[in-house]
Design a protein around this ligand. Structure first.
Ligand code: 1PR
Length: 535
């Protein structure tokens, strides 16, 4: 390839940069990896997708001499694009486990979002930019949403205002992009922001692109409610990996053969949902609790292929825990997660293992730091760790019948019961545990979960709407985003859950797989109802 189609990438090995690699290849560029500080100085254009935490990133940059090379490269006004942490590292310091000194190119300190301001932290999802100073890489963004995922941010000040090309509002105004000459950095993820994000990369890579006549239309003004498509994946009896879907978690057909219900191929369906406007795609390896996922290479392949063409966030769950295989080889949950991240996952989701960790934590009151949840969120950041809860409604007559959080039901139970608690389960709903969804949610938030995927076994596959009582209970009890799941049957069910609870996202499976409702129809309906969505 000619030097025109080569881009230099600074990957210091801290997480998932597969997404950015895929996006660059998709745009027709080949990638040269930085091996030495000299590679930075010799680059024609350099992309720095910062991942992981601030302090370890600075450590690596300082030890390898890359920090100095980066500063020289930027001082010389060479084409540079920093992404996410790659923007934050340009500042003087960060409060993330700090203060920690940064590269010091831009005046200011990176601090944590203030969750007392009534916002959920991390800031996860599609948000709007207020574009100020000209930046040609933002030329095609127009009034469209871009994908953010972070807990720390830099704020505008009189010292750094010449650097700022856009800000974003999330409880306060923070810096969403900077530019000076050929030096750019963005807090959002262009590689995960669909076509709008790809346009930002394209403009950076090819400054000679003609100016846009007509910016893409959109109505972005704030953080959008997300619509997520979920693919429950497992092997069928023939050994093929299929997308399946249960009724209250039972995925077998009610026929004589009793086969696993087959609703399509995971990679194809994910690609379709991306085109249809899904804001995120989740894969749940639903037999991961018994089949070791790294033995289950097809799932890794599914992620690899999907991430080549799907430029919105991908979550994968199922089987994330410590494991010893048949030959006695031990795998830590961290290794399992690392393999998922390397294969293209942006977030991992933990089910059963988070229940055990929460039970332990509640019993002892001590954070051991050893649970898979704690370890993975320490290494990859809590924004990369979702906890998936699989609760079942248990009716009771009186609030103090059980030692768990009980709620008064909007619709009484079959025997007129006015109360219920939500019992957590493990192993795909097969085993009930002595902990409620409320207690679990609070505990996993403390242990480092960045988001909660809230299912409900009673509602799963029923098409009668989300369990509003449950979603309200959990989304009012934690400060991290909550994804409502299970039971969507119509677009109205989505507006209902957003109008009546504090859910940040809503997820559905069956209606999308069976094409009963299209993602576009859900978005149009929400828009009509005045709910902010990405279009
Ligand atoms: O315990 O860490 O191995 O994770 C297992 C993961 O697999 C968990 O996230 C768990 O929710 C999921 N899972 C396990 N068994 C099943 C099953 O269905 N038999 N699927 C299962 C969970 C629930 C949702 C579903 C929504 C929306 N499926 O993911 O997609 O309920 O469905 P709908 O819109 O059709 O109502 P671990």
């Amino acid at each position: 390839s000619t030097s025109d189609s080569v881009v230099t990438l600074l990957d210091y090995g801290a997480g998932n940069v597969r997404s950015i690699r895929n996006a660059l290849r998709h745009l027709g560029f080949s990638i040269k990896d930085v091996q030495t500080p000299g590679d930075i100085l010799n680059a024609d254009r350099l992309i720095f997708p910062g991942v992981g935490a601030f302090a370890p990133a600075m450590d690596v940059l300082n030890k390898t001499g890359m920090a100095e090379a980066l500063c020289t490269y930027i001082d010389n006004d060479r084409p540079f694009l920093g992404i996410c942490l790659g923007l934050q590292l340009l500042f003087e310091s960060s409060e993330e486990n700090g203060p920690v000194k940064g590269l010091g190119v831009i005046p200011g300190t990176v601090g944590r979002f203030d969750s007392s301001a009534g916002i959920r932290v991390p800031h996860i999802g599609w948000n709007a930019l207020q574009v100020g100073n000209d930046s040609e890489i933002l030329e095609d963004v127009g009034n469209r949403h871009l994908y953010f995922v972070h807990s720390y941010r830099a704020i505008p000040s009189s010292e750094n205002k010449e650097w700022i090309s856009s800000t974003c509002n999330y409880g306060e105004s923070f810096i969403s992009s900077i530019r000076r000459g050929n030096v750019h950095a963005v807090q959002f993820h262009p590689e995960k922001s669909g076509e709008t994000g790809l346009s930002v990369l394209r403009r950076f890579l090819d400054p000679k692109l003609p100016a846009t006549q007509k910016p893409m239309e959109g109505k972005a003004s704030k953080l959008a409610k997300r619509v997520i498509a979920c693919l429950d994946v497992r092997s069928n009896d023939k050994g093929d990996l299929v997308v399946t879907k249960g009724d209250q978690y039972d995925v077998r057909e009610q026929s004589n053969e009793n086969e696993v219900r087959n609703l399509g191929k995971p990679v194809d369906l994910a690609g379709q949902y991306y085109k249809d406007g899904a804001d995120e795609i989740s894969f749940l390896n639903i037999t991961g609790f018994r089949d070791f996922p790294l033995g289950d290479l097809p799932m890794i392949q599914v992620l690899r292929y999907t991430s080549e063409n799907v430029f919105v966030p991908l979550t994968v769950g199922g089987g994330i825990r410590d494991f010893t295989d048949a030959s006695g080889r031990y795998y830590s949950s961290l290794e399992v997660a690392a393999e998922y991240f390397r294969s293209g996952a942006d977030k991992i989701s933990i089910g059963s293992d988070a229940v055990y960790a929460a039970e332990e934590f509640i019993k002892s009151g001590v954070k051991t730091g050893k649970s898979s949840l704690e370890q993975i969120s320490r290494v990859y950041g809590n924004q990369a760790v979702v906890v998936s809860i699989d609760p079942r409604r248990v009716y009771v007559n009186h609030p103090d019948d059980v030692p768990y959080k009980v709620i008064r039901l909007t619709n009484p139970g079959p025997n007129g019961e006015e109360y219920a608690w939500y019992q957590c389960t493990v192993s795909g709903g097969r085993e009930g545990r002595p902990i409620g969804a409320y207690e679990l949610a609070k505990a996993v938030e403390e242990l480092g979960a960045g988001e909660i995927l809230l299912n409900c076994i009673d509602c799963d596959g029923q098409g009668k709407g989300f369990d509003i009582d449950l979603v309200k209970l959990i989304s009012d009890s934690v400060g991290i985003p909550v994804i409502a799941s299970s039971g969507a049957g119509t677009p109205q069910h989505f507006s209902e859950v957003f109008d009546t609870t504090n859910a940040s996202a809503a997820l559905a499976a069956g209606i999308f797989h069976r094409k009963e409702v299209l993602i576009q129809s859900v978005k149009e309906h929400l828009l009509e109802k005045g709910i902010e969505v990405r279009i």
